[in-house]
Design a protein around this ligand. Structure first.
Ligand code: ADP
Length: 334
């Protein structure tokens, strides 16, 4: 079974670093985010101070990590990378923070999954560039204040809604990343093809782009799969016919939905009559974690107009029914 999930797989990391845009100019799409961020960075540079903390929110594979690296590159500073789940103990965070040099960028991926004590330490660090390190246990425990160098925190989250208020309030700038248009994905694909030495025709690029779920990571992944097909079964050139034949082999449907997307729609329609049904129930039906269904599948299904979130639960739209080759009931939302 082909895995088209927008989540990164370890085997891809090398390729991802080759294909990663290196500055704001190379970063395709997200025009509003780019303009706003450019102002934040230029303003800070003029003042000679580290910019405000930045929160990047949006579904996986849309370029949050890339943007964090670009922020550091544009500032000409090193970046330290960690993730919410890795910061289980506040001591780990204290060690990282106290090793930062002035103006460095610290990137925390999946910041909504940070453990509570680390989160509380982060408040003080973000606001006052200080951490309180607790030494000892019980009544004899003392807290030692430790100065840290002014730095810029870049946090990334797939769910800004679940961030606590105090944490969200400490970011001076929040960017919401949107799904990419097919034209933007074509641009991503042309750049990747150039870097990887793939001969990509315009009609091939358009076909792959339209099936990439609005996600650059998926576009690049499909490009590599289509390249395999082109080299093994054709003359190496990627055009419309090769793209279509390859994507059929890999079971990517004409809307780019992957196995899990289709399983969610199918359960919603076939097992729950189109809904409404709660996300937890839906997740059990497809054998996935609710968070995966909610953060990975749903945003694109909503954006593609196939799933609606209502106060009573998830509902399949008429488009979802017809995509599965079924007739929608009269009350299905349009
Ligand atoms: P996220 O952190 O949101 O999951 P990443 O920054 O890791 O996403 O992006 C995944 C890959 O997609 C990158 O390695 C890069 O190749 C590609 N990519 C993402 N956004 C862009 C963009 N705006 N322009 C070009 N390539 C991009």
């Amino acid at each position: 079974e082909t895995q088209l999930s927008p989540l990164a797989e370890p085997a891809e990391r090398d390729d991802e670093s080759t294909l990663r845009p290196r500055d704001l100019h190379e970063f395709v799409g997200q025009p509003r985010v780019r303009e706003q961020l450019q102002l934040v960075l230029q303003g800070a540079t003029r003042r000679g101070a580290p910019p405000d903390h930045v929160l990047l929110s949006g579904p996986p594979g849309l370029g949050k990590t890339s943007l964090a690296m670009i922020i550091a590159a544009e500032l000409g500073r090193p970046i330290r990378i960690t993730s919410g789940p890795a910061l289980e103990r506040a001591g780990d965070l204290a060690a990282m923070l106290s090793n930062l040099a002035e103006g460095e960028v610290m990137f925390i991926d999946e910041i909504h999954r940070i453990a509570r004590p680390a989160e509380e330490m982060l408040y003080l660090a973000m606001e006052d560039f200080r951490v309180d390190v607790v030494v000892g246990k019980g009544p004899g425990a003392t807290s030692i204040p430790l100065e840290i160098a002014p730095f810029t925190l870049v946090g990334a989250t797939t769910r800004s809604g679940t961030l606590t208020g105090p944490l969200r309030d400490r970011f001076g700038f929040t960017a919401h990343m949107e799904f990419y248009t097919p034209e933007e994905l074509e641009q991503v694909l042309r750049r990747s093809a150039r870097i990887l030495g793939i001969e990509l025709r315009d009609d091939g690029a358009a076909e792959i782009a339209s099936r990439s779920r609005g996600t650059p990571r998926i576009a690049n992944r499909l490009l590599r799969r289509v390249r395999d097909y082109a080299e093994v079964r054709a003359d190496g050139r990627v055009d419309l016919a090769v793209a279509q034949a390859a994507l059929a082999v890999y079971d990517v449907d004409d809307l780019g939905l992957d196995r899990l997307d289709r399983a969610v729609l199918s359960a919603l329609v076939r097992s729950f009559g189109g809904g409404p049904v709660g996300v937890a129930t839906l997740a059990v039906a497809v054998g996935e974690e609710p968070t995966t269904v909610e953060e990975v599948c749903e945003p694109y299904l909503v954006r593609a107009g196939m799933l609606a979130r209502t106060p009573r639960g998830r509902v399949a739209t008429a488009l979802a029914w017809s995509h599965l080759g079924l007739t929608a009931p009269a009350d299905a939302p349009g």
